[in-house]
Design a binder for this molecule. Structure first.
Ligand SMILES: NC(=O)c1ccc[n+]([C@@H]2O[C@H](COP(=O)([O-])OP(=O)(O)OC[C@H]3O[C@@H](n4cnc5c(N)ncnc54)[C@H](O)[C@@H]3O)[C@@H](O)[C@H]2O)c1
Length: 268
């Protein structure tokens, strides 16, 4: 018997919804008639992003790294279950110091996952944004990451994150490992959790990294497709991973990089 579409009941939460892939995901989910709760640090741009959409849309502006934020998010749901979480909010290497990158990308993501887990509907999915940078470092930091499985312990990862680029890679590998650890607990609720690892994407963040880090251009040139992706191309994968078509996909990462990691491996 066909499974009911879990996205037709409950709320779809999109973080980082004011820009880039979060805005594209919000657009896609709103077009599919989903009830949305959109979050971002930037209240003005969040209101603009929500204003472009039609349907049942609530917004919550705030810093996901504020330990009180997940509680506000759950309170904003009222008694509605969560149909999907698309967690895009994050910082790239040139945007902050190592400590802030680890806090926003990993510690805050752990707190968010803790808060949403008990509210996930059966058949629902959480999609967390990691990065191809995590594929590039592979298992190099898995040992320290295995000891930093709580938000309070994440600051200890500064010891292996001497610069913002390394902190970014460590934080995103941490997101991939979080998804592996959480699959069982989400499964007990009949829910799923996965990560997406984008390559170079044409968003404000991607453009900033391309402008400030020459290696990004080399990654694109050596990739299979030899171009950055549009944010919509990654948002479509996030929406797909939230759909019943992927009902047996959990605890894993999906690399959406136009063949950049494969290109680097070939170049090595
Ligand atoms: N663009 C790329 O090339 C690329 C590549 C790999 C991974 N990623 C990851 O994909 C995700 C989305 O990236 P994007 O390119 O759409 O970025 P973006 O900068 O265009 O959008 C990110 C949004 O997150 C919000 N945000 C940042 N910090 C926040 C905080 N503390 N609390 C709440 N909101 C916050 C920003 O205000 C912004 O609106 C990020 O996690 C990023 O690390 C991006």
């Amino acid at each position: 018997m066909a499974q009911a579409d879990p996205l037709s009941v409950g709320v779809t939460i999109v973080t980082g919804a004011a820009s880039g892939m979060g805005a594209a995901a919000a657009q896609l989910m709103s077009g599919a008639g989903r009830r949305l709760l959109l979050c971002d640090l930037n209240a003005d741009r969040l209101a603009e992003s929500a204003g472009r959409l039609e349907g049942r849309i609530d917004t919550l502006a705030g810093d996901i790294a504020d330990p009180g934020f997940p509680g506000q998010l759950v309170a904003a749901l009222g008694d509605q279950p969560i149909a999907a979480l698309i967690h895009c909010a994050g910082l790239s290497p040139t945007m902050a110091e190592p400590a802030r990158i680890l806090e926003v990308n990993l510690a805050a993501t752990m707190r968010l996952v803790d808060a949403v887990r008990p509210r996930m509907a059966e058949g629902a999915a959480a999609v967390l944004f990691a990065s191809m940078a995590a594929h590039q470092v592979g298992t190099m930091f898995d040992e320290p990451l295995s000891k930093a499985t709580t938000p309070e312990a994440v600051a200890a990862l500064l010891a292996c994150s001497p610069n913002s680029g390394m902190a970014y890679s460590v934080s995103k590998r941490g997101v991939q490992l979080l998804v592996q650890r959480e699959a069982g607990a989400f499964g007990q609720r009949g829910a799923r959790i996965v990560s997406i690892s984008p390559g170079v994407i044409d968003t404000p963040m991607g453009r900033q990294e391309m402008a400030e880090q020459p290696i990004m251009q080399a990654l694109v040139e050596r990739s299979g497709l030899k171009r950055p992706a549009l944010p919509e191309e990654v948002a479509a994968i996030a929406a797909f991973l939230c759909s019943p078509a992927t009902s047996f996909v959990t605890g894993t990462d999906v690399l959406v990089d136009g063949g950049a990691v494969a290109g680097m491996a070939g170049a090595a």
